[in-house]
Design a protein around this ligand. Structure first.
Ligand SMILES: [Fe+2]
Length: 317
């Protein structure tokens, strides 16, 4: 990262946070790529992935699974919020998550073309831009720039970082018009009313989420939408009283049985909160099934999704 960009992040988010995230990134990369003894080595996992991929090819299902990552469905989710300001009645939020954009050349353009067909007021991206969790990220940055060309809406685009993302992505995201919230908040205004977007950094792997800091400037009398990468901190989130929570990370399993039951969710939280719309102690939330794929570029019985959330105070929709 350029020195200027690093200094701005330190000024904005604090030296402790920046140092902590960067040090975990460096240690993680060393663990994944280095020759250490007795530690987990991701390259072994990648070999495992290759073996699974080879088996799927032998079984003749690889091509179908790979085709599935390009076959997005659009989900319209109605979010009922009592006392919603009339200014935000019918407000539409595009929600993308777990994009893993560099999975394949052309994926960003493909996704962008699908987004271009959608009608939305605000775009929220709940993390995981990169396919892998380590290694060369320049293809990811290029893919972010491509996707950003397609994101057009009146109230802007906002993201958080996931466990596949490095802090080094932030300058590119923000130069591309995607403001990235690092335990931060921003107020969106419309006709005199406000919505607070609160974005947490990753809790799943990095553990650098900070609810206290993220919420300290929020006007609790206005609508509060919380962005978290994984639904694993809902109990802590609930204590801060958000009105709506958007999250992802689980991919809803990515590989599911024909009945839709996931084989694995990579999440410690209850399965009730790992897919689609839910309520946690009365707070509505939504866990995206993911817009991309990771590990292996395949999906079975679990299509990738583009979600449009429709805010309303009415019970009639
Ligand atoms: Fe993730």
């Amino acid at each position: 990262m350029e020195t200027d960009a690093l200094e701005k992040l330190i000024e904005r988010c604090g030296a402790d946070y920046v140092a902590r995230r960067l040090s975990i990134q460096i240690q993680y990369s060393a663990d994944m790529l280095g020759p250490g003894i007795g530690s987990f080595h991701f390259e072994n996992s990648e070999k495992g992935m290759k073996i699974v991929g080879a088996v799927l090819r032998l079984l003749g299902v690889w091509r179908r699974g790979h085709a599935n990552i390009w076959a997005h469905k659009t989900v319209h989710n109605v979010v009922r919020i009592p006392n919603l300001s009339s200014a935000f009645e019918g407000f539409k939020i595009l929600h993308l998550s777990d994009l893993h954009l560099d999975v394949s050349d052309g994926f960003s353009h493909h996704l962008g073309r699908l987004i271009s067909n959608q009608d939305y007021d605000l775009a929220l991206i709940t993390g995981d831009f990169r396919f892998k969790t380590h290694g060369n990220y320049y293809p990811t940055l290029k893919a972010i720039e491509i996707l950003s060309e397609y994101l057009k809406c009146g109230h802007g685009s906002y993201s958080i970082l996931g466990n596949h993302d490095f802090l080094e992505f932030v300058p590119t995201l923000e130069m591309s018009g995607i403001r990235t919230l690092l335990n931060e908040t921003v107020r969106i205004s419309k006709d005199g009313a406000g919505v607070w977007l609160i974005g947490l950094d990753d809790a799943h792997f990095y553990g650098v989420h900070n609810y206290k800091r993220a919420f300290e400037k929020v006007d609790v009398s206005e609508l509060k939408i919380l962005m978290i990468h994984s639904p694993e901190t809902l109990e802590e989130a609930w204590k801060y009283g958000p009105d709506f929570i958007v999250t992802g990370h689980t991919h809803a399993g990515q590989i599911c049985l024909p009945t839709g039951i996931p084989l694995w969710l990579n999440s410690t939280c209850d399965r009730d909160y790992c897919r689609g719309a839910w309520k946690y102690k009365g707070i509505p939330g939504y866990t995206s099934a993911g817009t991309g794929s990771s590990g292996l570029p395949i999906r079975f019985n679990c299509p990738p999704e583009i979600v449009i959330h429709h805010l309303t105070s009415s019970d009639d929709r």
